[in-house]
Design a protein around this ligand. Sequence first.
Ligand code: GAP
Length: 435
Amino acid sequence: MSSSVATLDKITALCKRRGFVYQSAEIYGGLNGVYDFGPLGTILKNTIKNAWLAHMTSFAEEVLLLDGSILGGSDVWKASGHLDGFSDPMVDCLVCKKRYRADDIDLEKNCPHCGNKQWTDIRQFNLMFQTQLGAMADGSSIAYLRPETAQAIFINFKNVISTNRVKIPFGIAQIGKAFRNEITPKQFLFRMREFEQMEMEFFCKPDEADKFFEVWIERRKAFFLSLGLTPENVRTRPHASDELAHYAKGCVDVEYNFPFGWKELEGIANRADFDLTQHSKHSGKDLAVFDEATKASYTPYVVECSVGVDRLFLTLLFDAYAEDVVEGETRTVLRFHPRVAPYTAAIMPLSNKLSDQASEIYKKLKAAGIRVQFDESGSIGKRYRRQDEIGTPVCFTFDFESVEDGKVTARNRDTTKQERIAIDQIEGYVRDLMR
Ligand code: GAP
């Protein structure tokens, strides 16, 4: 059955029920737009990040890693354009005081909350969280939580190039938290106030930027498909010229077909020399490089790939979610690609009496680096349903016959078919699934 049965409510409930994601500070009523990741969610997040890092660092040209700070002073955000331009238009209802993003509602209509039609003027609301460094509360101590990770890469460009044997073209990749004071956080992990980004800035000669832009678009599409996303639900959409960000020469969104429409999953942009030029101007430091071939200096162009870990997490859940009927019962199943599933396998002793022998198999697989769960409580049917719902591709049941014939029953998540396989073939069986 297709994943179109997935709704935001079903995904949110499953995430909580199975320990993928919890509302942050839930016992205190929750913090809007902020989430905590439970044990399964943390595994899935790490899998996403590791896949991204492997994808980036396996590129034919060098891609180095960086881990920049979250706090940044006003000078950085002035130069990047965020202090002056990183805002959303907002309006308030004069009667109930509820605040909206102006582009989310029709000001010709009544307030969806209280039904009145008395609006404030539209004002710009800067999305950066402001804080203060140290004890002095004057303007010089103001700092901001970064609204994107990219700027740390630009301001360290010269550091990286002068401390590593690296030449243009090369990339710098970074994973880290970003913060945006979204006026109306919504759609669960889609628009959060605290989230994680995976960004790569690729520095190249100006006349090679168009080529690398195309290369990265293709490469990034291939990355999403390698995680098992359904090809028909992924598309690329070039920005129209009036839609381009102030810094971009060209931009393509990789979009996913969510139940709430085609939405941006990743932005890929040709940022030209905007960022290095801005930081050069504002810091007074020369960020140009010298070209040995032409004996002239130039400011490199940048091709950026930027995706949210959490948004990709949500996308994988939507894509994997399915419901079908097994033995007359509706089951929920996450059809994750085995490379993505939090657990690749589960080991299940049929009876408590078999736990010790079954746990030997479990320990061996775990020691071999396989993500495996030991599941011994409840009926076998219940245990299968539980593993289906967290997306485990295969369950191995150890029964009384296993003691005699050295075999277990392998049960496939998607087909529910069962087959007997030798215990010493389990590891190879699981590794084959991961390919
Ligand atoms: N450096 C470019 C940049 O930050 P962006 O389109 O604002 O561009 C890039 O963000 C990606 O980060 C988005 O495609 C999305 O995946 C993710 N993202 C942005 N805002 C987000 C939010 N409030 N919650 C979750 N993910 C977000």
